[in-house]
Design a binder for this molecule. Structure first.
Ligand code: NAP
Length: 249
């Protein structure tokens, strides 16, 4: 028996990277996983990988409240409520302070902060007793990496959401926690630095960790699976680092 047998999970950004690895892991643990993201091809490939019996893809944008409603309508139609929400979808960009535009603030905070808030708010009516909400933050929230302050600030907001929502929802038996990955080898890294810089950037990111390599998406998924399960029943409002020691030693 898996640790999430009979449970239902939602993962935003579940078509690629950390979200996909987590969808695979939670499905392996016995959950039925709903994944969302904007690109249908990525979602279709994820369904192919995981198997249609264990996963449902609902294409959508977390900044579009109607899309979130469609996602949760699909969960509601399954009739078993919701046990796990992994608010994982995010966007990142390197932008020095003097170049930040209103549009960029709107985009990064729109997905990473507003999108996370409505992903969780709209899940609330469906959450079963003992449900677990996990927010994907980042080690970037704690360090002052150059030209990364907009993304870092959005992730600091996510970490803070986990504290406040843990407090607000504990009376329902719902636990909220954050996970903070360090550099993890995903398509998002290539998207951030550009194809031409991808090899050099990955080499540099590996040296940023104490362990001397980038993380694998599956290594974050393992921590999310722990936070999703009753194994973490005494963990509340916490922020679990999965960073190869980057921000620890
Ligand atoms: N990789 C790292 O080193 C690292 C480190 C710390 C934290 N993180 C966090 O880990 C999470 C996953 O990132 P990743 O590295 O796995 O990168 P990724 O492969 O690029 O995953 C991001 C996912 O989010 C989805 N997404 C983006 N904007 C969306 C929107 N508006 N609506 C719905 N879905 C959206 C993307 O799908 P579509 O484009 O199809 O919508 C994609 O599947 C993010 O929260 C990121 O900040 C990553």
């Amino acid at each position: 028996m898996g640790q999430l047998e009979g449970k239902t999970a939602v993962i935003t950004g579940g078509g690629t990277g950390i979200g996909l690895a987590t969808a695979v892991r939670l499905a392996d643990e016995g959950a039925h996983v709903f994944i969302t993201g904007r690109r249908k091809a990525e979602l279709d490939a994820a369904v192919e990988t995981i198997g249609a019996a264990k996963v449902t893809a609902v294409a959508g944008d977390v900044t579009d409240l109607d899309d979130l409603d469609r996602l949760y309508d699909a969960v509601r139609a399954r009739g078993r409520g919701l046990d796990v929400v992994f608010a994982n979808a995010a966007t990142a960009a390197h932008i020095p302070l003097e170049q930040v535009t209103e549009e960029q603030i709107g985009q990064i905070f729109g997905v990473n902060v507003r999108g996370v808030l409505f992903t969780v708010q709209k899940a609330l009516p469906l959450l079963n007793d003992g449900a677990s909400v996990i927010l994907n933050a980042s080690t970037a929230a704690d360090n002052g990496a150059e030209a990364f302050s907009l993304y870092a600030a959005s992730k600091a907001a996510v970490r803070t959401f986990a504290r406040g929502w843990a407090n607000e929802l504990k009376g329902r038996g719902v636990r909220v926690n954050a996970v903070s990955p360090g550099p993890v080898d995903t398509p998002g890294i290539t998207g951030l630095v550009g194809e031409e810089n991808a090899i050099a950037a990955r080499a540099k990111l590996a040296t940023d960790t104490a362990i001397g390599r980038m993380g694998r998406p599956e290594e974050v998924a393992a921590v999310v699976a722990f936070l999703a399960s009753d194994q973490s029943s005494f963990v509340l409002g916490a922020n679990w680092y999965v960073d190869g020691g980057e921000n620890q030693i």
